[in-house]
Design a protein around this ligand. Structure first.
Ligand SMILES: [Fe+2]
Ligand SMILES: [Fe+2]
Length: 178
């Protein structure tokens, strides 16, 4: 298994580093709520877009390269979740981990955007933001509603995701690495 510092080192120079930090802490907190392996889930969130800068012009390879780079560094089910997070790879989401990553990938994008616009983030404000984004990019709402498939209603899912950004783990990572 990859170490935390090795994972951060790999991802920190990519254009998605702040997205990766947000997704990783959300994955960790959702895993804790569900009684899943929080370290694995955190690494999956942190590393899922590792190849983004290499695959901008060949997006169907997005996450395939990542899974090859991480082959001996993460368990197979984690690599599968990374491959399944983008539907263009053809890998279908099966496990809770796969589905959580899809939901969190979209919610991380929306919350990161909302954080810049709003003084205070709360569940209702994020729900409004999801509807606004859905007008042009409806798949984000569909992805986020997959939270129900892992046993969480939308309100609780959003509450955990929003609160995760107040945790020391997120704050420490952000201060230490940005
Ligand atoms: Fe991605
Ligand atoms: Fe992503």
């Amino acid at each position: 298994m990859i170490s935390r510092s090795e994972a951060i080192e790999l991802v920190k120079n990519t254009s998605k580093f702040s997205h990766a930090l947000i997704a990783s802490v959300m994955m960790r907190m959702i895993a804790e709520r569900l009684g899943e392996n929080s370290l694995e889930w955190e690494f999956v969130g942190l590393l899922h877009d590792l190849d983004i800068d290499q695959t901008r012009n060949s997006i169907n390879k997005h996450s395939i390269i990542t899974s090859e780079v991480l082959k001996s560094k993460l368990p197979e089910h984690c690599l599968y979740a990374i491959k399944a997070h983008d539907h263009r790879t053809g890998f279908k989401p099966k496990s809770k981990l796969d589905k959580a990553l899809i939901a969190i990938d979209s919610v991380a994008i929306i919350i990161e955007y909302a954080k810049r616009q709003l003084r205070e983030l709360d569940v209702e404000a994020v729900k409004v933001q999801i509807e606004v984004v859905a007008l042009e990019r409806p798949w984000h709402k569909t992805n986020i509603l997959r939270c129900r498939e892992i046993g969480l209603n939308l309100e609780e899912f959003l509450r955990i995701c929003i609160d995760s950004l107040e945790t020391d783990r997120y704050q420490d990572n952000t201060c230490a690495n940005l």
